[in-house]
Design a protein around this ligand. Structure first.
Ligand code: NAD
Length: 323
């Protein structure tokens, strides 16, 4: 069996594939392959499986380059980089890595929430620039998290873990919006369901986005919706960039329509909407919410654990169901 890996990932999953006796070829350059390069690489051998990343746009043309592949195992929980209709048409299995990154992404979400509200990045820049001349009562005042209202958009695995930290760690009140109501969660955490995202945006002090990128969530947060948020509110996004209209957000931050934002993901990664980099009321991280050594290794193993059964004519555990 032959497996192609589109970029170097932690060794643990590669070892699992090799232990099975599979031939594993890995893109030797530590960079995203262009479409042309990826097609060329896939055409080199009759690969049985491809381990791909969220930076690879996978569609018909890519499936056609490797017609022998039974599975494309995505090294991510989100799979908006893959055209599922094309996969279905070509009879290719798609898998993802749900669950193993939930805690890490929730931690990063709180790192961002605390950093923006306590002005950590600004304060770091200030101190390193030698501007700190002594304690001052009005220096770099921030905003508390404790006892505030946390609005979760998408109460799935990651959203509910973020809500858990908010309730348990900071006594926050949780309100949430989701296409599915979770009454057990409401009872356990005293959370309140909002029928529509607008009601959540009006009330929340912190809004944290955890929906997948779908047609129904693209630009869910736009100029109009930003305008109904509290001027004191913060917006955190660790889901996918295109859930927010980034130009509208940059405008809202510049005009202080909301107090601040913290983003791990961007509409046209790795490009940023012009002007964002100049604002003090936004914190940006380069899509690293799942980037801990432990989690990236688990994701590597999970991708391998999806490939192995697929190549043994069994159903992989994290098969994406395509309707
Ligand atoms: P999940 O499927 O467990 O949760 C998603 C939730 O969104 C579900 O409860 C679902 O019902 C809800 N939802 C779907 N469509 C909706 C809509 N139109 N309106 C409201 N709610 C809707 O997924 P998860 O594991 O929690 O991951 C969530 C997303 O986070 C992923 O899809 C991925 O894009 C993103 N993510 C980003 C990083 C990162 O590195 N920044 C890492 C992991 C995941």
């Amino acid at each position: 069996m032959k497996v192609y890996v589109t970029r170097m990932i932690p060794q643990s999953g590669i070892n699992k594939l090799k232990a099975k006796g599979y031939e594993v070829d890995i893109n030797p350059s530590d960079k995203v392959l262009s479409r042309k390069e990826l097609i060329k690489a896939l055409k080199k051998k009759q690969y049985d499986a491809v381990l791909c990343l969220l930076t690879d746009k996978i569609d018909k043309e890519i499936f056609d380059a490797v017609p022998t592949a039974k599975i494309f195992a995505n090294y991510a929980v989100g799979y908006d980089n893959i055209n599922l209709n094309d996969a279905k048409e070509k009879n290719v299995m798609i898998t993802n890595t749900p669950g193993v990154l939930t805690e890490t992404v929730a931690e990063h979400t709180f790192a961002l929430m605390l950093a923006i509200s306590h002005r950590v990045a600004e304060a770091d820049k200030f101190t390193k620039a030698g501007k700190y001349k002594g304690w001052a009562p009005m220096l770099l005042l921030g905003t508390d998290l404790s006892h505030k209202t946390l609005g979760i958009v998408g109460l799935g695995r990651i959203g509910s873990r973020v809500a858990y930290h908010g309730v348990k760690g900071f006594d926050m009140k949780v309100i949430y919006y989701d296409v599915k109501r979770n009454e057990d969660f409401e009872r356990e955490f005293g959370a309140e369901f909002k029928e529509n995202v607008g009601d959540l945006l009006k009330e929340a002090d912190y809004v944290s986005i955890h929906v997948p990128l779908l047609d129904s969530t693209r630009h869910l947060i736009n100029r109009q919706r930003l305008s109904i948020m509290k001027p004191s509110a913060y917006l955190i996004n660790t889901s996918r960039g295109s859930v927010i209209n980034e130009a509208d957000l940059a405008e809202a931050l510049k005009n202080k329509i909301i107090k601040g934002a913290a983003l791990d993901v961007f509409e046209k990664e790795p490009e940023l909407t012009k002007g964002l980099e100049k604002l003090d009321n936004v914190i940006l991280t380069p899509h690293i919410a799942s980037a801990t050594e432990e989690t990236r290794s688990k994701m590597s193993e999970m991708a391998a654990d999806n490939i192995i059964p697929a190549l043994e004519n069994q159903t992989p555990p994290n098969l994406v169901k395509i309707s």
